[in-house]
Design a protein around this ligand. Structure first.
Ligand code: TYD
Length: 136
């Protein structure tokens, strides 16, 4: 099941009384090269993001501040993952429908991505996503 290929990765954490430090190095801590970083912020209470899948994009999703949930769906199985620590990253492989909700106030969701933005890589319609999965 593809949803089980998605996993929470514990990132290195240098604990320090002056403030903790976490770092991510390509291929060392995550299974892809980073081509893009984007982040969601100022998310109003009750809002939902995502609601799409990617054909080829690999991503790592991190709650840099606050918390939110990611619902992963491979067409057969669903998993809800709560992210609340900036030293955990959720790896999301290609062909996973994802929805993000339950954002806490002031939360920041950072995403590391394996490619630049490409609208052609998106499935924005759930039925199209399901049809593509069955074709595989
Ligand atoms: P989308 O990926 O649908 O957002 P989310 O999954 O977080 O809900 O993108 C929302 C809009 O932003 C859409 O018009 C495409 C644009 N966008 C970019 O221009 N570059 C990017 O890197 C991303 C992620 C989105």
């Amino acid at each position: 099941m593809d949803v089980n290929k998605c996993r929470v990765i514990e990132l290195p954490k240098i604990a320090d009384p002056r403030g903790n430090l976490t770092f991510i190095e390509a291929n060392d801590h995550i299974p892809f090269d980073i081509q893009r970083v984007y982040y969601l912020y100022d998310v109003p209470g009750g809002a939902e993001r995502g609601g799409h899948a990617h054909q080829a994009l690999h991503q790592l999703i991190i709650a840099m501040s606050g918390s939110f949930d990611v619902v992963l769906d491979d067409g057969e199985q669903k998993r809800r993952v709560h992210l609340a620590r900036s030293y955990y990253g959720l790896y999301v492989c290609p062909m996973i429908w994802r929805e993000l909700d339950n954002f806490s106030s002031g939360s920041v969701c950072m995403v590391l991505a394996s490619n630049k933005y490409d609208e052609a890589d998106y499935f924005r319609n759930y039925n199209d996503f399901m049809a593509a999965r069955l074709d595989k």
